[in-house]
Design a protein around this ligand. Sequence first.
Ligand code: ADP
Ligand code: MG
Length: 614
Amino acid sequence: MPIQLLPDILINQIAAGEVVERPAAVLKELVENSIDAGARKIEVDLEQGGQRLIRVRDDGAGIPRDELSLALSRHATGKITSLQDLEAIGTLGFRGEALPSILSVSRMSICSRAADAEHAWKIEGSGEIAGDGEIQPAAHPFGTSIEVRDLFFNTPARRKFLKSPATELRHSDQWLKKLALARPEVAISLRHEGRRLFDLAAAVDETSRDVRVAAICGDEFMSHRVALDQSRLGMRLSGWFARPSFSRASTDLQYFFVNGRSVRDRLVAFALRRALADAMHSTRHPAFVLYLELDPMSVDVNVHPQKTEVRFRESGQVHDFLFGAVQQCLRDLRPSEDQHQVRFSSTPLSSSDHSRSPGLSSSNWGSRAQSPSWQVREQAGFQQTGWALMQAEQQRLGSAEESADGRVSPEMQHGETDHALGRALAQLHGVFILAQNARGLVLVDAHAAHERVLYERMKKDLSAGAIPSQTLLSPEAISLNEDAADELESRKEALALLGLDIDRGGPATIVVRAVPPILAREDVSSLVASLAREDGREKPHVHLGEVLDTQSRVLADVACRAAIKANRHLTLPEMDGLLRDMERTELADQCNHGRPTWVQLEMAELDRLFLRGR
Ligand code: ADP
Ligand code: MG
C-alpha cells in the first residue's frame, strides 16, 4: 500500500481510541472542560449508562460563535500557547483533542452562549462536521451544553467492548465523584434516565465541604477520618485519611489529587500504603481523600492521554514527604478514646444491626466483621506458648509494674483506676481481658494487643541499631525451592538486622542459626518459609522502600507469632503489665492486621442497657 495521509476523521478516531474508551471518559473530558471554563454549576444527564446520551450543561464562560468549529478541530485549545505553558499547566485540559475525538465516534452537539453574546449558537455533527459546520442560532443561558449521543455508533468493534449500562454508569459515577472532590466549590449533579443520583451543592465552608465528602465517602469514613495538613519543601499535603481500624476490601475509597487533578500513581499508592497499612491486614486497603499541591513545574502532567497519571521530577522526595506526613499524623493520634467507645442500643437484641454481636454496635466491631480473614488467620496461630518470654522481655526493659516474683506493686493494690486502660479484673474465655477504668469497662483482645506491643518494641530496637538475636542450640535446616533460597540468601544482611541469622545450607536449603529472643520457642521453619513466599510479591521500586518494607513485614510476622495465644491463662499482674505496655506503645489501638485491640464500654451505656437511671 502506498504511503498516504490519513483522513481527519480516522486520525481523530485513532486518538479517540486512547482518550475515549467508554462513556465515563467522555463525561470526564466534558466536565473537565466545564471546570476549566470557570463553571459554578455543572449538571450531567445520562441515558443507558451514557451509551445513548451524555449531556453536560454548565454556566461557564461559553464558546464564542467563531470558535465553535475550532473547538472541534484537532489540537485546537484555548488553554496553552507555548512550551512554558505546557510545563506549568493550571487547567485540567491542554491537549486540545478531547472534543474532536469524541465527535469522531458519536453524534455530538454543542450549544453555547459566551458572556458577551446576544444569544447562543449551536453546532452539530455525526463523526465529523461537514465543511465549516452548520452553525445555528439557539436558545441557551450563559454557558455551554454538550450532548454526546450514540457513542461508538460508527465503530461497532468498540461498541462491543462496552459493559452493561449499570457497569458503565458506575464508572461515570466514580469519575464524577473524583471531580466533585477535586472541586468542592462547584455544584455538581448526576441524573440517569431522569432519576437523580446525586446533587451536590457548592461547598462554601468547612461544613458544606464535609457534607460533600460524606455524600461521596460515606458516614463510616467520616467517623474514622483524621484531618491532615502539612507542608514541607514547597509541597503541601492536606485532606483526610481513615484510621487504620477502617479499611476496605478494594481501593475504591482512595482519592488522591495532584494540583487539583485526580491521579493514580504507583509511587503515591505505595507511600500511603506503607504509611497506613502498617496496622492493616495485607488483604485490606486504606481509605483516604488527599490533596497534594506542589510547584506545577515539578510535576509533568503530559504523560498519559487521559491525563490520569503524572510524573514527579523528585519522586523520592514526594514519596518521603507523603509517607512522613501520614506517619506523623498517625503517631499524634494516640490515644483516641472516642474510637474505642462501644455503644449499646437502647433496645438491645432487637434491631437488625446487632446480628453480628448482640447488643453491641460500634465502628470497631463493624470493621472487624468486615474482614473475615482475621478470624482464620488468628485461629491458625493459636498455640500455647510465648507468655513467659514476654514477661522476661518486659523485665529486661524495666517496663513491668509487677515485681520480679510476680507480686502486685503497692501502687496497683490500691485499685486506682486512673490509668487510661484501667486495672485488669479478669480474663474472658482465654481471649479477652476485662479491665476497669474511670469511665467504665475496658475490653482488650490480648493477642492483638500483645502483637502490637511487640511489633513496636522491635521497631524501636531496630531504629536503635539492630534487634538482638539469640543463637539456636542446634541450627535448623529448612528446605525450600531454589529460587526462594536464592531470594532469602540475597537478603541475609537485612534479615540479620532483624535478629535472624541465616546461611545457605545447600541448593534449596537455608540454615537458621539465630533468631530474635522473642521467637526462641517458636516454629522458625514456618516463619522462614512464609518470608520466602512473601518475597515473591510484586513491589514497586522505590529507593528506600525495598528493605524497609520487607523489614516491617518480617517484624509483623514475628510479632504475630510471638504474641500470646488464645486459651493461655493470664494472671492479673500479667494482664496489668500488658495494659501498661499498651499505654506506652505507639499505635497501640490497632494490632498489625488493623483490628482494634481494645474497646471502651462507658458506665452510662451500661446503665442504659439495664434501663437504670443514674
Ligand atoms: P482542551 O480541553 O485540551 O483544550 P478540548 O478538545 O477538550 O481541548 O476542548 C477544546 C476547547 O474548547 C477548549 O480549549 C475550550 O476553549 C473550548 N471548550 C470546550 N468545552 C468548553 C466549555 N464547556 N465551556 C467553554 N469552552 C469550552
Ligand atoms: Mg478538554
